[in-house]
Design a binder for this molecule. Structure first.
Ligand code: ATP
Ligand code: MG
Length: 275
């Protein structure tokens, strides 16, 4: 499998003194969906900002086979699409169209192709027809969706999302989960939304106080209640329910619960028929 991100011994200290990352090692492979979880202040956003060279700490950061340096960070931004935690950091033009055209134009894509890309990306986040709206006059959730669309319009190879579902209404959150499942890209998602982790990601990295404390399969990490609680986190509701019931086999998602319930219903019906 091709390694698309390789980080070795990455440490970062903010100018005012906070040591946000301490010797992080991380590898992400092509096509993988990786969740980055951890309590507030763990360093998730700081780590993501290193993936396209916005921040540069001590240690090695290699993306798509290239070591990130001051000189090549700009070139990598078209390939690593980073959606910030706060959409206000992503939107700066006077119309949605301009914000969305900025990335592809900057990467040298021909003007006549931009309109199509913008329309497609707006459709992907359910914001068709918003081209002429002013980004600063949108609701927070709408801004989040447009911020994601600005990155999708670049058609990146790696999609890096910081808290993509926060502030979205349930329907927008559900469509985003569907979209993420459908996009065949390498994905790195920092989130507190454990259902997103369960539904979208096959691998999980747990970061705490700037260090990687666990790196494993989503099932392994999401069912480890002690590990999660030790780091101010909790498993998805379905896992909590099945754990509380003392089940040995633990489903992660509602989809996975269905066979359990069907089995139970059939078993009861059989009982009714035979009695
Ligand atoms: N611009 C900054 N200047 C100084 N310190 C910062 C800055 N941004 C973050 N920090 C500090 O660095 C640490 C890591 O912050 P970071 O934002 O990476 O955490 P996080 O895991 O993304 O948290 P959250 O779950 O709240 O988004 C925190 O202690 C935070 O206070
Ligand atoms: Mg953050």
């Amino acid at each position: 499998m091709r390694k698309v991100i390789e980080i070795k011994g990455l440490s970062y200290r903010y100018a005012e003194g906070t040591q946000a990352l301490r010797g992080v090692d991380l590898e992400v492979f092509w096509g993988e969906s990786m969740a980055l979880i951890g309590p507030n202040g763990a360093g998730k956003s700081t780590l993501l900002l290193h993936l396209n060279g916005i921040l540069r700490g001590e240690g090695l950061v290699k993306v798509l086979g290239k070591k990130l340096t001051k000189g090549n960070a700009r070139g990598i931004r078209g390939k690593v699409g980073l959606v910030f935690q706060d959409p206000e950091d992503q939107l700066f033009s006077t119309t949605v169209f301009e914000d969305m055209a900025f990335g592809p134009l900057n990467m040298g894509h021909p003007k006549e192709k931009i309109k199509g890309r913008v329309t497609r990306a707006l459709g992907q986040v359910g914001m068709e027809g918003y081209e002429e709206r002013c980004p600063h006059h949108l609701s927070y959730g709408e801004k989040k969706r447009i911020a994601l669309a600005t990155v999708l319009s670049m058609e990146p190879e790696i999609l890096v999302l910081d808290e993509p579902t926060s502030n979205l209404d349930p329907s927008a959150r559900r469509s985003l989960i569907g979209l993420l499942k459908q996009l065949k890209l390498t994905k790195v998602v920092a989130t507190h939304d454990m259902e997103v982790v369960a539904e979208v990601c096959e691998r999980v990295i747990l970061l705490s106080r700037g260090e990687v404390v666990a790196d494993g399969g989503a099932r392994e990490i999401l069912t480890d209640v002690d590990l999660l609680e030790a780091h101010e986190l909790e498993p998805p509701p379905v896992v909590r329910l099945f754990r509380q019931m003392g089940a040995t086999e633990i489903p992660l998602t509602i989809e996975e619960v269905k066979p359990f319930i069907l089995e139970e219903v059939l078993w009861e019906r059989e009982g009714e028929i035979s009695s």
